[in-house]
Design a protein around this ligand. Structure first.
Ligand code: FMN
Length: 260
């Protein structure tokens, strides 16, 4: 199969999914289209991706595809378009996220050709209690590039996307149940906040507002921690017992898994 372009697609509040999607694309050595970025609120326009190879990356939230990612992905369609499916997770587990993404892709008209589960710094990692800090790192990126190369070699064996055999990935159906949301949200350290409003700009769900001070709306905040990771003044924090739980229980380095 001959491919002229690669189409990156991702939802990536703390940017790890985006990094891996780009690293896989780099390894393919084919011109890369401008990414379809689903991290920020979109116009909910229906988009069909065709005549390209899509690489679609999302984070794992509670062992599933991040719900906001899934909502936005529903507007994306394939036309027997080959797709590489990637989930990022924070060194705990990705459980049913990758199989859910593969099933979504099939239902939307994509042909899954390869899948990957990569590790990204956990959204709840802190300097004092790190979990997967700094990942994906150089070793992960190298694995992603090689994965890209291998996918291209595999695709050369086929003339048409519909000749590609079904893709098997790890995970179960029915998927793990989604846990009910916790009301807590990141908060602001007022002494450090300069009210620059960058957090408002980068919040994937427009959950942050400047009232008297910078505040998150509990109904819309998805606890992705983009504001915590990106605040230039370190003024946003998320106090959650998960930080310590993850630090204590998921310290051993996990390695990326690929399915092809
Ligand atoms: C609400 C929420 C739930 C999460 N659930 C999991 C999980 O079940 N397993 C895991 O290993 N990491 C989990 N993570 C961590 C993210 O999957 C991880 O940090 C990922 O790299 C974030 O991707 P992004 O940088 O593209 O936003 C969770 C993060 C958030 C915010």
């Amino acid at each position: 199969m001959h491919l002229n372009t690669i189409q990156p697609v991702y939802f990536s509040p703390t940017r790890t999914s985006g990094k891996i999607v780009h690293a896989i694309a780099e390894g393919m050595n084919i011109p890369v289209n401008k990414e379809i970025e689903l991290t920020y609120p979109t116009a909910n326009q229906e988009i069909t991706i065709r005549d390209t190879l899509a690489i679609i990356g999302v984070p794992t939230y509670a062992g599933r595809v991040a719900p906001t990612a899934l909502e936005r992905l529903k507007h994306l369609h394939g036309d027997s378009t080959p797709a590489v499916l990637v989930v990022l997770y924070g060194n705990r587990d990705y459980e049913d996220a990758l199989i859910e993404l593969r099933d979504w892709a099939k239902a939307q008209g994509f042909i899954p050709v390869a899948g990957g589960a990569f590790i990204g710094e956990h959204s709840y990692s802190t300097a004092e209690m790190p979990t997967a800090a700094g990942r994906p790192d150089a070793a992960d990126t190298e694995i992603a590039r090689n994965f890209g190369k291998t996918i291209i070699l595999k695709l050369k064996e086929f003339n048409q996307p519909d000749e590609i055999p079904p893709l098997h990935v790890k995970g179960n159906f029915p998927y793990k149940e989604n846990n009910p949301k916790t009301p807590a949200t990141p908060s602001t350290v007022y002494e450090l906040c300069t009210q620059c409003q960058y957090c408002i700009e980068i919040c994937p769900t427009e959950a942050i507002e400047l009232k008297e001070e910078i505040e998150s709306a509990p109904e819309t905040c998805i606890k992705c921690c983009a504001c915590v990771k990106e605040c230039p003044n370190g003024a946003r924090i998320f106090n959650t017992p998960f930080t310590e739980f993850l630090f204590k229980n998921f310290h051993d380095r996990k390695e990326p898994e690929t399915f092809i």
